[in-house]
Design a protein around this ligand. Structure first.
Ligand code: ZN
Ligand code: ZN
Length: 145
């Protein structure tokens, strides 16, 4: 999604973010499903402020038992962009437009949950037979070798 510099003024404007998720761009175990984000933008002197807010759903698995999990991510991230060659800043703009896709992707990545558990006392999988120990005892005993 492109934002044209000439539509960025000193008054805040909010637009819906259009973003197409490409395959497994967030890794194999986590998939982002619904991206419901808005972008708020305005200009302050030379700087352009971009704020992405809203939510997205991520499909992932329990770190211990690999059960499928779906989590809502609440998102609110701000970026300040400066003209090219401004020293000591992280983000730049140049030309007539700003490509938002990279910012949206970074915002989603920053909000991705790290290790998640289906419940705090998830018993995980048996290291010997791989059974889901939440479903009951598999009969193996971890008595050494
Ligand atoms: Zn689990
Ligand atoms: Zn077992």
């Amino acid at each position: 999604m492109l934002l044209y510099l000439n539509e960025i003024t000193e008054s805040k404007v909010v637009k819906n973010v259009e973003y197409v998720i490409a395959g497994d761009e967030f890794g194999e175990s986590a998939k982002v499903k619904n991206v419901a984000l808005k972008v708020e933008f305005y200009r302050a002197a030379e700087a352009v402020s971009l704020r992405f807010f809203g939510n997205a759903t991520v499909q992932t698995v329990c770190d211990r038992c690999l059960t499928d999990l779906e989590l809502e991510m609440d998102i609110d991230e701000n970026y300040y962009l400066f003209p090219e060659n401004t020293p000591d800043v992280d983000y730049f703009y140049s030309g007539e437009e700003i490509e938002l896709d990279g910012f949206v992707r970074e915002t989603l990545v920053m909000n991705m949950p790290g290790k998640v558990l289906c419940s705090e006392d998830c018993k995980g999988l048996c290291p010997k037979c791989g059974a889901d120990l939440n479903q009951g005892d598999c009969g193996c005993r971890d008595s050494g070798e």
